[in-house]
Structures are given as structure tokens and as C-alpha cells.
Design a protein around this ligand. Structure first.
Ligand code: ADP
Ligand code: MG
Length: 578
């Protein structure tokens, strides 16, 4: 066209492309999964928009994806009649990465190809994975509802720049054409492509069609018939559906294989890795819906960003409505991915209406309960898996102590800490473990917060606890201050900082404790004068000087008043300008 432009990729995109092209991607065939996943998302979006504007279907209402190839030209083409893109969409979507936190994500790159490939996988490079197999990629698209003369053609070799031009395109939706170099010609093969589609994309709920293979009886399509002769097939290409093309989550659990669950996860979560586990429920009763929720293995790159890119997909009677990051689950479960498909919500529900909808809140509280119960069972029966979960998402789950009063006890049960019991840096002590090991007469749960694990376990406040064989939880995580500020007790036992206020060991019984008590009183008498003199000297620096029974080796230590913020919290507040 006359308006051909050559534009540069956003620096971050080019950086990713270089990493992808040069990292030995062990699994090249996933390019097809990603492009089919995008085609399916585009069809979901069209279906949603068409609820309000039926004309968007134009004269092409049978939504489908087609995968074709040309062995001579060495091309593979993925076509959809979904929502399509206009010129601005193409520049925005295929030239930049919109996710917040991309820069920070790229900074984590190590240069170690294997590690980086794994990171890229977590990041979910989607469309750009086309360049893992293709040395040139073309995109032809026309947005639903716009005139044919506003079609676009995008083309790139993945080296710094792409060209874009306006073209005439009557067909709605998008076609992605991959030009394969000789080394990748294995993908220009009907059997191979079918195999890849069945392996990764069988769960896609719209039909995926491929040219019918001559000689093989086609599976399901209505358009073709096995009785048609070879010659006729030559003239008009016959298409056959190669996937199962029904919403996987609607099927009974017993009919779904683990592989199918895993592939659906990769699609809905935009993740290249397998999930840790999933929960699939068909709910009937006051309202009926299906929920299929996944717990990922690893945190997404934007777990601590203000606005996460992905969440749970909401469907109403199989029609995709929105990807929700706020209403279906509380923020402290924002790592959960999956699908909720309601039979009762109105199809015209808008994103804004989700907030106060009673059906949504009942789905939400039931989902929270299911997830917390699942985690509790995992902690009990699959400790290895739970440790993996805790490493990835423990910090986020801790937020739930402050965020979700109603489930505080349940969440507290799931917490894991380091402690002086074994002094392992990997947190694996539960509050129940702690209580189970408490000394006779002990009725408090003791903890110390610090800047690091080593600082915590070397805290001078620990000395007296060590001497008495009392276990202390070691809390080195900045969110721990926040956590203990909201968790005052567990199972009727107060949580007490060993760095705060008066140390109350009087509850300890036994001969040794009695003796020590007498000694303490003696000492307090003996040093009374010294204390009051020090108190005068340090008047403007400390609020009180007293004889300490905490220390065995160190001469003195600073303690924080019982009702003051902990040291870490004070540091946080100071940093924030208080
Ligand atoms: P993601 O799918 O995780 O958003 P991708 O890199 O796979 O990331 O795709 C980037 C964006 O490009 C998509 O979000 C979508 O807006 C757009 N896109 C890609 N493929 C298509 C398509 N076939 N039809 C319409 N839009 C598409
Ligand atoms: Mg994608």
C-alpha cells in the first residue's frame, strides 16, 4: 500500500525476541498452541461484543479456527474469524508489551540460556513464540465491524523492525502466516500439525479445522463426506475438525485426563508451565455454575504489581465475559487462575456490575473456601507439594491474615515459618507444630522479627529462650511485621514478640524456674540504684532502664514497648517519611 510504514519494536520486545530466537527452546511446537490460543481468545472477544451488537457477525457467524500449510512455500497459516485488529491494535499488540513490570522482569535475565528460557516461559511470550520456528511472520487482519478497506498487513523477520500497511481484506479476523526456514520444514506436514493440535489444543472450545487428508476418513466435520472422490477434493479443499471443540470444564471430571487439564491451564493462564494442582467443581443448588481453578507452580512476573495482567475467566453459559482480577477472588488469592462458567448470571452483565452482584459474591466465598480447604489438605497429605506452593505464594497468602477476617484462622493454619527448633531457613513450621512442642506451662507463641534470617536467629533477645528451651518463630520477611500486627492470637494463644515489653517467663513451672525467679528478684534489688542513675543519664533516649533477664552473653539490649511498633515496622514507617 501507499501508507507502508516501517516501525521499530519496543526495546523490550526486541530483547525478548533475541532471547527467544537464541535460547534453545526445547519445545518448539508450542508456537502453534500460542497462536491457536490467541485465535480462540479473539473468537471469545467477538462473541462477547456481538452480544451487544449482533451485526459484528457480518455474514460469517460460524466461529472457527483454521490451520493450513503449504509444503512447497514452506508456510503454516493460522486463521480465525474472531474480533480482528485494526492498524492501531496491531501496532500496540504486536510491537510492544503492554504488561506493567516488563522492564523489571527483563532485568532478572541472567544470560544463562536455560534459566532465561524458563523465565520467558513464566512471562508468557505468546505471539512472539512464532519466531521460534519462523524466520518471517506475516499477519493479515480486519477488525469486526469495520470496512474491508481498513484491513492491515504486518510483516517482520523479528530483527528490530516490522512493516505495516493498510490493505483491502474482506474476511473478518486474523490470519498469521509463518514462513519457515528449511530447518523447520517438519512443521509443514498435516500429520505433524494434527498431532500438535490434539496434544495442546484439544480443549479449545471452538472448532479447529485442517484440510481433510485424502485417504483418511475425516472425523467430525459436516462439510465433508468420506464418500467424496479424490478429484472433487482437489478442486474444493475439504476441511475437517481436528479437536474435540467443546468446553472442557463442562465435561464430568472422570472424563478429563490430567494432560487435558494441564493444557487448558496453559491457555487460560498464559503460562508455559504446568500447574501445581487444580479444583474442578460442578455446583448445583441455589445457583448453578462450574468452576475450574488452578494453582500455578511458580509466581507470575507481575505478582506484586498493582494491576495483575491475568486472573480468572468468567463465562456465562459458555460465552466468555471478562477476565476478572478483583471480584471473583480476594487479592491474596490473586495467583489463582482458571474459569468460572455461570448458568444464572445474565449474559449482558457488564464488568462494572460484577462488584455488587450477590451471585458473584457467593461464588467468591465458596471458591475461597474450596481453595483454602484444598491447601489445608495439601499441607497435610502432600507436604512436598505444599512446600513448593509456600515458596511461590506464601508471601501473598500472608496478606490474607489482614485482608480476610472471616478466614483468619484457616489462613493462620496454613502459615509456615522458620523457628529456633531446627533453625532451617526454609519456612516449614506451622503454628500447630509450634503449639504441639510448647513447654509445659507456656501459653504464648513467641516470635522475633528481623531483617534477615541470620539477623533473626542471632538476635540477643533469643538467649533466655534458648536457655529455657523455648521455641521462637523467626520472622525475616518484611510482610511478617504486618502479619503479626493482624494476628494477635492463634488457638487461644497470644503471639508475642520477644523484643517487646516485659518478658513474662513466670508461667514456667518447675524447680529451675523457681530458682531463677528468686535470682531475678535478687538481681533487680541489687541493681536498682544503677538503673535509676542510667535512667537519668539516658532520659531523652530511652523510656525506661531495667534489669534484663533476657541476656546471658550480651551486656545490654534495646527493647521495644509492648504497644509500640516493632523495629522493622518502625523502619518501614521511617522509610515512608513518618
Ligand atoms: P496474550 O495472549 O497473553 O495477551 P500474546 O503475545 O499471545 O499475549 O498476544 C498479544 C496480543 O495480540 C493479544 O492480547 C491480542 O490483543 C493480540 N492478538 C494476538 N493474536 C490475535 C488474533 N489472532 N486476533 C486478535 N488479536 C490478537
Ligand atoms: Mg496469547
Amino acid at each position: 500500500g501507499t501508507d507502508t510504514q516501517t516501525l521499530e519494536f519496543q526495546a523490550e520486545v526486541q530483547q525478548l525476541l533475541n532471547l527467544m530466537i537464541h535460547s534453545v527452546y526445547s519445545n518448539r511446537e508450542v508456537f502453534l498452541r500460542e497462536l491457536i490460543s490467541n485465535a480462540s481468545d479473539a473468537i471469545d472477544k467477538l462473541r462477547f461484543e456481538a452480544l451487544k451488537q449482533e451485526s459484528l457477525f457480518e455474514d460469517d457467524p460460524e466461529l472457527k479456527i483454521r490451520v493450513d500449510f503449504d509444503a512447497e512455500q514452506r508456510t503454516v497459516t493460522i486463521t480465525d474469524n474472531g474480533i480482528g485488529m485494526d492498524r492501531d491494535d496491531v501496532v500496540e499488540n504486536l510491537g510492544t508489551i503492554a504488561h506493567s513490570g516488563t522492564k523489571r522482569f527483563l532485568e532478572q535475565m541472567t544470560g544463562d540460556q536455560q534459566k532465561d528460557a524458563q523465565l520467558i516461559g513464566q512471562f508468557g511470550v505468546g505471539f512472539y513464540s512464532a519466531f521460534v520456528v519462523a524466520d518471517k511472520v506475516e499477519v493479515f487482519s480486519r477488525k469486526a465491524g469495520v470496512e474491508p478497506q481498513y484491513g492491515v498487513h504486518w510483516s517482520s523477520e523479528g530483527k528490530g523492525a516490522y512493516t505495516i500497511e493498510t490493505i483491502e481484506r474482506s474476511q473478518r479476523g486474523t490470519a498469521v502466516v509463518l514462513h519457515l526456514p528449511q530447518e523447520q520444514e517438519e512443521f509443514c506436514d498435516g500429520m505433524r500439525l494434527r498431532h500438535i493440535i490434539r496434544k495442546y489444543s484439544d480443549h479449545i472450545s471452538v472448532p479447529i479445522e485442517m484440510p481433510a487428508q485424502s485417504g483418511s476418513a475425516p472425523q467430525q466435520s459436516e462439510e465433508k463426506g468420506a464418500e467424496q472422490g479424490e478429484e472433487e477434493q482437489e478442486q474444493t479443499p475439504q476441511w475437517e475438525v481436528v479437536n474435540r471443540a467443546s468446553a472442557l470444564w463442562m465435561r464430568p471430571k472422570s472424563e478429563i485426563s490430567d494432560e487435558e487439564y494441564k493444557e487448558l491451564y496453559k491457555h487460560v493462564a498464559h503460562d508455559f508451565e504446568e500447574p501445581l494442582t487444580w479444583l474442578h467443581n460442578h455446583v448445583e443448588g441455589r445457583q448453578s455454575y462450574v468452576s475450574l481453578l488452578y494453582i500455578p507452580k511458580r509466581p507470575p512476573f507481575d505478582l506484586f504489581e498493582q494491576k495483575p495482567a491475568h486472573g480468572v475467566k468468567l463465562y456465562v453459559r459458555r460465552v466468555f465475559i471478562t477476565e476478572d482480577t478483583e471480584h471473583l477472588l480476594p487479592r491474596y488469592l490473586r495467583f489463582v487462575r482458571g474459569v468460572v462458567d455461570s448458568d444464572d448470571l445474565p449474559l449482558n452483565i457488564s464488568r462494572e456490575m460484577l462488584q455488587h452482584n450477590p451471585m458473584i459474591s457467593s461464588i467468591r466465598s465458596a471458591s475461597v473456601k474450596r481453595i483454602l480447604d484444598r491447601l489445608e489438605r495439601m499441607a497435610k497429605n502432600e507436604p512436598q507439594m505444599y512446600a513448593e506452593f509456600w515458596e511461590s505464594f506464601g508471601r501473598v497468602l500472608k496478606e490474607g491474615i489482614a485482608e480476610d477476617h472471616g478466614n483468619r484462622e484457616k489462613i493462620a493454619k496454613l502459615l509456615r515459618f522458620s523457628s529456633t527448633y531446627e533453625e532451617k531457613e526454609t519456612p516449614d513450621v506451622s503454628l500447630d507444630d509450634y503449639i504441639g512442642r510448647m513447654n509445659e506451662g507456656q501459653n504464648k507463641i513467641y516470635y522475633v522479627t528481623a531483617e534477615s534470617f541470620n539477623a533473626a536467629r542471632n538476635s540477643p533477645h533469643l538467649e533466655v529462650f534458648r536457655r529455657h528451651g523455648i521455641e521462637v518463630l523467626l520472622l525475616p520477611d518484611p510482610v511478617d511485621e504486618w502479619l503479626v500486627a493482624h494476628l494477635n492470637e492463634y488457638e487461644g494463644k497470644q503471639l508475642v514478640s520477644i523484643a517487646k515489653g516485659e518478658l513474662d517467663l513466670d508461667q514456667l513451672t518447675g524447680e529451675q524456674a523457681e530458682q531463677e525467679k528468686a535470682q531475678r528478684e535478687e538481681k533487680e534489688q541489687a541493681y536498682k540504684d544503677l538503673c535509676s542513675r542510667l535512667q537519668e543519664k539516658l532520659n531523652d533516649k530511652v523510656s525506661e532502664v531495667r534489669v534484663s533477664h533476657r541476656l546471658t552473653d550480651s551486656p545490654a539490649c534495646l527493647v521495644v514497648g509492648e504497644y509500640d511498633f516493632g523495629v522493622g515496622m518502625q523502619r518501614l514507617l521511617q522509610a515512608a517519611g513518618h
